[in-house]
Design a protein around this ligand. Sequence first.
Ligand code: ACM
Length: 385
Amino acid sequence: MAKPTVDRPWTVGVLFSQTGVTAIIEQSQLNGALLAIDEINEAGGIEGRPIEPVILDPRSDPQRYRELAEELLAGEDINVLFGCYMSSSRKEVLPVVERQNAFLFYPTLYEGFEYSPNVIYGGAAPNQNSLPLASYLMENYGGRFYFVGSDYIYPRESNRVMRNIVRQGGGEVVAEEYVDLQAGPKDFQWILEDIERRAPDVIFSTVVGTGTVNFYRAYHESGGDGRVRPIASLTTNEAEVAAMGAAAAAGHITAAPYFRRLDTEANASFLRRYHARFGETDTVTSCCEAAYFQVHLFANALRLTGTTSADPLRRVLRGAEFEAPQGRVKIDPDNNHTYLQSRIARVDEEGEYVVEREATRPIKPDPYLAVPALNDWANVPIRKE
Ligand code: ACM
């Protein structure tokens, strides 16, 4: 006998890689999403129905994201996906969700210059992270930047944006080099020699996943010191720092909306629940926090619509707010991106990020950098440690 509708779960697809080059960070996103789902279900679900995740492992392979998204959305039950870290995987899933009028919640910083009515963007756009980072670096280190990236769309596009910002501030990019996504420690050797030769003020890294661990370690082993010439990044988080070790990470800089050591009651409560669920792991990152609050934003919207159909969900998601561990976040009704906090932190000797500068209010997402960049950021009140 068919179960009565009221008992049926709300089924959602979850596509975060547990294997491959970006598993290190995507495991943190998976945990964030699962914690939020547990919280919602423990509080009685939505209309008495629990949220049930169907979790698949795309193995850090963009094609596999597309195939699995097609599989998940092929049936009647699933219309909402949470997933993707690399922009190359989001670009593969995008036409699938658009064709089906489904939803992708994407909890990752990215290069901007995209809009889809079928995506809710929960990570930072360049005006929320690249801009404040560039201002901070030029103020504190100088204007000569060396760019190192993994070879795919996010690093190349993110560097294009960063180059414009650096030039606008009167700086210069002395080199822009790429390594394979699978790069091992030896693959960074020639870049380290080139850095030594060109002597930039700062290194901007858009390397991702295990490449990050290999790059920072190789830099440290070659005598590089973050306290003298830092590597600054948007894709290095607590998870990568734990994997590379405190010695290799010390002194390096990241810009993100959230850091694990934020000293707020909301964050302390989030961390207590996270560690009770997953133990004492090093997987609390800004990407984990984004996955967590995106599930809550979805659940709150579902409570209002009673359906996972995209059109009603979109109507209530636009302008929706949530008290996240980073502070209050809000989905911008203009562009489906999210008003986020903006913080710059440095890794200390123990391998913990310590916030050195933060905006005093959430920053409106401007994914197309429609507002003249550095001038806009200069008007944001900041707090310096
Ligand atoms: C990224 O590829 N958006 C980190």
